[in-house]
Design a binder for this molecule. Structure first.
Ligand code: ADP
Ligand code: MG
Length: 397
């Protein structure tokens, strides 16, 4: 459960005595389009959502970082000198939840940025492990806090890259850049188009009067990581085989739909199906740009529906529960588009919904999914929100 800002400040007082200097906030994210294309140098289209990690902070200087995690009722202290050893002040191994903070401090220091001791109380209403990237929200909140406390300033994308480095090299999770990017660079009312090759990005307006609804199937399958590696290998094989007739391609993002159709017969059937998804998904994200600029929610939603069919039939990363959640959503009033989001094999769908229909949609989708699958889903109605920042004063006004 999350706490309000005044609860967070109260908690800070109880944990550390006195008032926090400021509150850092960093949101979770959901990807609207561009799935399984990041490792093919393609384009992704996430939004930052109006759920965020918030950190009440007092800069104390020195070498000691004292953290209190309100939602999980845990506290820890560690010394910045002990970052490499990953131990807490009492010599025990640093707990998992604190490694995001330590990892961010480590990555910032590695980059030569000033990082000093602080006291911080953390709360977040980004659900953990639900596909909305609660971990990136926490990382970017810490980075934002140390930026404010240290008096230095990096471009949001730079901050995101250091947080990604923290998660890859310190926490040990091999994530891409999208999550931290969206958390750092989000803009209220905008989706963010990110070129995963060049890291160039820009905001694209979301159509007026839409909500983004995330529906968690509550199903998690272990299959995910081994299948993920197989998909990556198939994509690499497709590039190798297509580079004969198409010299100069480096990744599937370099292959046009027309060229793919011309040369797909050179690929083993399974490889061709996987590559077709990636090539067409890249094409969909490119077409989405014009549709978003034109404010065409219906046509953009159709691309989301097409994406789901492709992930299910060509890329084979869906599962019965995701298919039920998507099909039920697509049949409900006010739904422009629905698809699985994230790696697949369980997790969440993302839905583009008429804002005024969103509450009815949420209720009806929950009932229908539970009837069909026998599990209660979690459904979150979201808006595209601003990226990380420091709230003007400790009370968050
Ligand atoms: P997600 O898909 O939500 O990013 P991860 O497994 O990558 O899932 O990250 C979840 C982890 O991030 C949690 O296990 C915890 O260590 C940390 N975390 C996220 N939110 C909080 C929070 N509110 N308080 C403490 N730790 C958190
Ligand atoms: Mg994560």
């Amino acid at each position: 459960m999350s706490t309000t800002l005044s609860d967070l400040t109260t908690h800070f007082r109880q944990a550390f005595g006195g008032e926090p200097d400021f509150i850092a906030r960093a949101p979770g994210r959901v990807n609207l389009l561009g799935e399984h294309v990041d490792y093919n140098d393609g384009w992704v289209l996430p939004i930052a959502i109006d759920r965020a990690a918030r950190l009440a902070v007092r800069a104390t200087g020195g070498e000691t970082v004292a953290l209190s995690a309100v939602d999980i009722d845990a506290r820890v202290e560690f010394r910045l000198a002990d970052l490499e050893a990953k131990v807490a002040g009492d010599g025990a191994a640093l707990p998992g939840w604190a490694r995001y903070a330590a990892g961010v401090a480590w990555a910032l220091r590695e980059r030569g940025l000033a990082v000093a001791g602080l006291q911080a109380a953390l709360t977040s209403d980004v659900p953990r492990g639900a596909g909305l990237s609660s971990s990136a929200a926490v990382e970017v909140a810490y980075a934002t806090a140390w930026q404010r406390a240290g008096g230095w300033s990096l471009a949001p994308m730079e901050l995101a890259r250091l947080c990604q480095r923290a998660e890859n090299a310190y926490v040990g999770v091999n994530c891409g850049i999208m999550d931290q990017f969206a958390s750092a660079c989000g803009q209220a009312g905008y989706a963010l188009l990110l070129d995963c090759r060049t890291l160039e990005w820009g905001p694209l307006p979301l159509p007026a009067g839409v909500a983004v609804v995330v529906a968690d199937t509550m199903v998690r399958r272990e299959l995910g990581s081994s299948e993920y590696n197989v998909r990556r290998a198939h994509c690499e094989e497709a590039v190798r085989l297509l580079a004969g007739p198409l010299p100069g391609i480096r990744a599937l993002r370099d292959v046009s739909v027309a060229d793919f159709r011309r040369h797909a017969h050179r690929l083993p059937e399974l490889v061709a199906r996987r590559a077709q998804h990636v090539v067409e998904e890249c094409d969909r994200t490119q077409r989405a740009v014009g549709l978003l600029r034109a404010g065409d929610a219906a046509a953009f939603g159709q691309l989301m529906n097409d994406c789901h069919a492709s992930l299910r039939d060509l890329y084979a990363v869906s599962c019965p529960e995701l298919d039920v959640m998507t099909a039920e959503a697509q049949a409900l009033p006010g739904c422009y588009g629905a698809r699985l989001t994230g790696a697949g094999f369980g997790g969440c769908t993302v839905n583009l919904i008429q804002a005024e229909a969103a509450e009815d949609f949420r209720r009806e989708l929950a009932a229908r999914y539970e009837r069909a699958v026998g599990r209660k889903p979690e459904i979150y109605v979201c808006q595209a929100a601003a990226g990380a920042g420091v709230l003007p004063d400790a009370a968050g006004r």
